[in-house]
Design a binder for this molecule. Sequence first.
Ligand SMILES: Nc1nc2c(c(=O)[nH]1)N[C@H]1C(S)=C(S)[C@@H](COP(=O)(O)OP(=O)(O)OC[C@H]3O[C@@H](n4cnc5c(=O)[nH]c(N)nc54)[C@H](O)[C@@H]3O)O[C@H]1N2
Ligand SMILES: Nc1nc2c(c(=O)[nH]1)N[C@H]1C(S)=C(S)[C@@H](COP(=O)(O)OP(=O)(O)OC[C@H]3O[C@@H](n4cnc5c(=O)[nH]c(N)nc54)[C@H](O)[C@@H]3O)O[C@H]1N2
Ligand code: SF4
Ligand SMILES: [Mo]
Length: 585
Amino acid sequence: MILTTACALDCYDACKIKVTEGMFPKMTGDNEHPAGDGSLCTFLNRSIHNEVRIEKPRVNGVEVTMDEAMHAVYNAFKKEASLLWRGSGNMGVMQEVTNLFLERMNGTLTHGSLCDGAGDAGIVAGRGVNRVLPLEQIKEADTVVIWGRNVTVTNAHIMPFLAEKNIVVIDPVNTVIAKKAECHIQIQPRSDIYLALALVRILVMEDRQDNEWLEKFAPEYKAFFDFICEFKMSSLLGYCGVDLDEVKAMIPYLCDKKVVFLVGTGVQKYTTGDTVLRAIDSLAATLGMFGKKGCGVHYLSNSKLGFDNPFDVVCKTVSKVTTEFSDFDTVFIQGGNPAESMPDSTRVCKSLEKVENLIYFGLYENETSKRANIVIPAKNFFEKEDVRLSYGHHYVEKMNKIVDSHIGISEYAFTQYLFDAFRLKGLESEEHYIRVWLNQCKKEDGNYVSAGYEDIPYAQGFGKGGNEPFIFINKLDDSFFYSADVDKRFYFLSSKTSKALNTQFKRDTKIQIHPKVGYLEGDKVKISSNYGVVELEVVLNEHIRSNCVLVTSNTLGVNFLTPTMQSNEGENACYQEVKIQIEKI
Ligand SMILES: Nc1nc2c(c(=O)[nH]1)N[C@H]1C(S)=C(S)[C@@H](COP(=O)(O)OP(=O)(O)OC[C@H]3O[C@@H](n4cnc5c(=O)[nH]c(N)nc54)[C@H](O)[C@@H]3O)O[C@H]1N2
Ligand SMILES: Nc1nc2c(c(=O)[nH]1)N[C@H]1C(S)=C(S)[C@@H](COP(=O)(O)OP(=O)(O)OC[C@H]3O[C@@H](n4cnc5c(=O)[nH]c(N)nc54)[C@H](O)[C@@H]3O)O[C@H]1N2
Ligand code: SF4
Ligand SMILES: [Mo]
């Protein structure tokens, strides 16, 4: 018999998984699924099975039974002020069932994002809603512009959709996909807004904008073209660190073609992150690339769009980025590792250490579990029922329990225990919630698809009702730039790696530096920013711009370097709004 589920790891692909039962159960992808090619990645083939789990609950460092540990959780929630801080370790919808308990306890949740919130805010400002661009439309494109997304590492199952396209890459790193591209703009970090505006200027100068589409769907375009005339072309290109010919080389791939922009989180890890997506959307609109076949901007979409979420609650919230944990008596960390994944680890760890009852509910030991006085092992996604939505495509998968395990407790069982302990009423059955999600999905060729799915998004227009105009970027407030001569510090890139899923799986202690800078492979260096210091080992990488360094998100201590700061819109972390210095040890 074949059982099916979906991968719950935080990844664009949300792969469907087939498991063959028997003496030697075998796990594969599903090559009949429209978003998959039958393969899974090494996280599913190896890492997740090899990683050492937390098996026993602990209270104050002592191993106890699950019942004793849950009793300690019950006592902790009797305190006045409680906070639930949830990470993205498991993307199943059932993670949010714990909201129902926090609401009843008058507890606090978080708002904002460590991930894609700035870009999302920029998209919403221009388009009204952040709809997913279906993979099928990417397949129809002539040109795909891959803008700050490391597709071969973070989104490998999109590769078949890119076959035989003109590929243009905009990335400060000469990534694997950049090497294969027709055109690679090795842009200076944090300057994507200026590149988008420079491209619009060139298009307008050459009269290549789509007047017909603009008149109908984006009537404010003349004001937008006037606005961008305020910027001198030489300044725009200066910020980007590229010359006019390089930028002009992109034009033939953008004009008289169906163009899809695949934008990743790389471009928006800054205070101006919202404006970056708005500027890229404004470029796409200038070309008339919305609401037509084979066109659009694909970013991390709002996967819950169109659903009534049974776990939406009315609660107080605090920022997920600048959370002051010490303001609470009880802090409940679920599916996340804030001691390492949040920016500004010095501040975060100090704040976590002051919490009287710190509860960690997860799979693995890490810097957060070490600081917790109550540790509750979770079940992993093979061990419980769930529903998987995706921010990268519109397919929805029912996640079936594949194995029975003596380890851990599910989020639903955790919530049920606390409802019972506090004698609360109103929690429905697990099956009920799963059905609520699935019943809202549409069905297409035997697959569940998202309630908010449109095959050609924005075909009728923008806004929630699809009858509003596109709103162009109309202001820019950015004071980060100063002369490269004055500031000799390095730009800081902190992206993903194929070895880890954020802080899950393999950890690292390396910094990637261009050989021209003068360090040798294996050198031990002290890296410092305005926020902290970390010691790392040099790996030479000639594929990064020489004024940048790259420290991947699985690196121990990486967030000692990053700032407690939120994007101007979207309340997102700004991991790259920082420059660093290097010193040999
Ligand atoms: N420097 C730097 N920092 C970054 C980033 C970066 O690129 N650079 N990226 C940011 C981004 S995009 C993100 S999304 C965040 C991610 O940050 P977090 O959301 O904190 O994710 P992880 O650090 O991967 O930790 C996930 C945890 O979830 C637990 N877990 C897994 N499955 C389950 C489950 O089913 N139930 C429960 N209860 N727990 C489970 C695991 O034990 C694991 O420790 O990190 C951000 N931090
Ligand atoms: N293997 C693996 N896959 C993952 C993850 C993982 O940890 N490991 N994490 C998952 C998560 S949580 C997320 S949010 C997604 C994110 O996945 P992606 O969207 O791919 O994001 P990043 O890896 O952060 O950065 C992507 C690219 O942006 C480039 N970049 C950095 N700064 C800039 C800039 O200022 N301008 C431009 N144009 N480019 C820039 C980087 O060099 C990098 O190549 O991946 C998911 N998939
Ligand atoms: S590619 Fe992404 S969704 Fe697919 S198995 Fe790997 S981590 Fe999971
Ligand atoms: Mo993320």
